[in-house]
Design a protein around this ligand. Structure first.
Ligand SMILES: [Zn+2]
Length: 110
């Protein structure tokens, strides 16, 4: 899961945040009701509140899972590759679902 500020107050671009929190309440606990963020695009520093922060899922976990499964499969020959790929895909999908739930939970938080 990645956190970002949807609109920079100076240039309107998305600012990716290098922090991790399960909800906006956690961010409020750590950073307070207002905090300054430097935009990675225009370098202007503006004040934001926890409600300006949104979460999005990091994609590609299905591919990652497939690669893990593929690696397991390589050890077991061609049939293993197919089975390994399928297992890996399942692992990836599971991570996807977990991630989506975390994102949903964050975006619903206050
Ligand atoms: Zn900016």
């Amino acid at each position: 899961m990645k956190l970002y500020i949807s609109n920079c107050k100076s240039c309107g671009k998305k600012i990716p945040l290098n922090l991790n929190a399960p909800s906006r309440a956690h961010i409020r606990n750590i950073y307070g009701d207002q905090f300054s963020v430097e935009c990675s695009n225009c370098c202007n520093i503006n004040d934001y509140t926890p409600s300006d922060i949104h979460a999005e899922s990091q994609v590609n976990s299905t591919i990652k899972g497939g690669a893990i499964g593929g690696a397991i499969g390589l050890l077991g020959g061609p049939i293993g590759l197919l089975i390994g790929g399928a297992i890996g895909g399942a692992i990836g999908n599971d991570q996807d679902t977990q991630e989506k739930n975390q994102v949903k939970r964050f975006n619903r938080s206050y």
